[in-house]
Design a protein around this ligand. Structure first.
Ligand code: NAD
Length: 439
């Protein structure tokens, strides 16, 4: 089978590479000529563990190619996957669908009317987008033989390949048996490993993706608020999380407290679903509260650092460990660091920082930060060490060395990476989230 994937970002590139690993012939398209140039040279424009080997292997095997020429890419394909960005629209919080619709129109103009093609929305798109894509394509080329299918992606950055190859489920939304058959063919290897397939309508599939992401965002926000309460009452949030997570109805995952969710999906998807629900007259009050609580939380985190530094950071140096929204990615979109670091700078602090993969991207977004060559260098002479991302390499730091490097032995751990006792034994004044009582 042959497919084209429009957009070679975190989702498009991973999906394309994984489908080619399934034996499908894949051509990946991007408007960004620099990205395609790098991919053709064998360079991976994003940080995603294992992706370089997968791309190299399948490019060598002739199953995976890259181009800026959409018309060339869609020639003779069974399906076109639209995997372009759907960021928050400026001003109103709705998803910006202009990239999706522009791609749909380009696809329509390039498809061969003699060949049946499935147009798949892989991007996260609000209910109704698939029908609009069909309308755009039909208007541009009434003679085309096509169907539209929604196939949302659930992969997580940092473990994207494993998530794509061994997903908990695949959701396929279409009214067409023909399109369903094509999708079954593409996902054949997953049928063989008995991956649950949810076959449904376009609208249900589109909504399922948003329901999943907003549920997870709500779960994180719930444990964050419980963590705050733990601090007040002298309880330990990790034990609370364990105590509730062992209940199969609740589940253990996504019960880790922190500085508030960020990243390329949860902030924009929660907001977009809130807007959709309001438009349809069925407001989601829980998700509205989640958005509000999370926004406030990210902003309030700088105050924790100020408090740990004795009430002021003016003229002080804060050494930040990690700036990406989570480990194993270079993605900085809506990372808590983007709220916390500028707030500390505005309060008069100088910030030095280190991140294993995100510094290149972060340099542009966090002006005035002094970038260090490693974690210890970021902490040298600082009045406070601040953990913002739980990269593995930060878990293994020598805390005695950290205490010696710091000018004041203050460690604020917003990811609860360290054991409070071990940190205190090393001579650090340690504060974390939801397990260090402020009684
Ligand atoms: P991204 O910004 O990393 O990549 C999008 C790419 O599309 C860019 O390289 C851009 O140049 C390209 N593009 C835009 N318009 C184009 C066009 N007309 N023709 C060719 N290329 C075009 O985005 P992403 O993180 O991969 O997200 C893509 C979609 O997948 C979004 O809707 C997102 O919500 C969803 N999603 C993302 C993740 C994630 O972890 N990043 C997970 C699940 C779903």
């Amino acid at each position: 089978m042959r497919i084209a994937v429009i957009g070679t970002g975190y989702v498009g590139l991973v999906s394309g590479a994984c489908f080619s690993e399934f034996g499908v012939e894949v051509c990946c398209v991007d408007k960004d000529a620099g990205k395609i140039e790098r991919l053709r040279r064998g360079e991976i424009p994003i940080y995603e563990p294992g992706l370089d080997d997968l791309v190299a292997k399948n490019t060598r095997a002739g199953r995976l190619s890259f181009t800026t020429d959409l018309a060339e890419a869609v020639r003779g394909v069974d399906a076109v996957f639209i995997a372009v960005g759907t960021p928050t629209r400026r001003g109103d919080g709705h998803a910006d669908l202009s990239y999706v619709y522009a791609a749909a129109e380009e696809v329509a103009l390039a498809l061969d009317p003699a060949r049946y093609t499935v147009i798949v929305t892989k991007s996260t798109v609000p209910v109704g987008t698939g029908r609009e894509v069909a309308r755009i394509v039909r208007k541009a080329r009434p003679e085309l033989d096509f169907d539209v299918c929604s196939n949302p992606e659930f992969l997580r950055e940092g473990s994207a390949i494993e998530d794509f190859m061994r997903p908990d489920r695949v959701v396929i939304g279409t009214d067409s048996d023909r399109a369903r058959a094509v999708m079954r063919g593409l996902y054949r290897p997953l049928f063989l490993i008995e991956t649950p397939m949810v076959m449904t309508s376009l609208e249900t599939s589109e909504l399922t993706k948003y329901a999943a992401n907003t549920f997870l965002a709500a779960k994180i926000t719930f444990i964050n608020e419980i963590a705050d309460l733990c601090e007040r009452v002298g309880a330990d949030v990790h034990d609370v999380a364990k105590g509730i997570g062992l209940d199969g109805r609740i589940g253990k995952k996504f019960l880790h407290p922190g500085p508030g969710y960020g990243g390329s999906c949860f902030p924009k998807d929660t907001l977009a679903l809130v807007k959709t629900a309001q438009d349809f007259g069925a407001p989601l009050r829980i998700i509205e509260a989640v958005v509000d609580v999370n926004d406030r939380r990210k902003k309030a985190m700088a105050e924790r650092v100020v408090a740990a530094c004795g009430g002021s950071v003016a003229g002080k140096r804060v050494g930040v460990l990690g700036v990406t929204f989570k480990p194993n990615t270079d993605d900085m979109r809506d990372a808590p660091a983007l709220d916390i670091v500028p707030a500390l700078q505005a309060a008069g602090a100088t910030v030095s920082a280190y991140d294993p993969a995100g510094m290149h991207e972060a340099e542009r977004l966090l002006p005035g930060v002094e970038w260090a060559k490693d974690a210890y260098a970021a902490l040298e002479g600082a009045d406070c060490a601040l953990v913002l991302t739980e990269w593995n390499e930060f878990r293994a730091l020598d805390l005695r060395r950290v205490a010696k490097l710091l000018r004041a032995p203050v460690l604020v751990d917003l990811r609860n990476v360290y054991d409070p006792e071990a940190a205190e034994m090393a001579g650090l004044e340690y504060s974390c989230v939801g397990r260090c009582s402020r009684l």
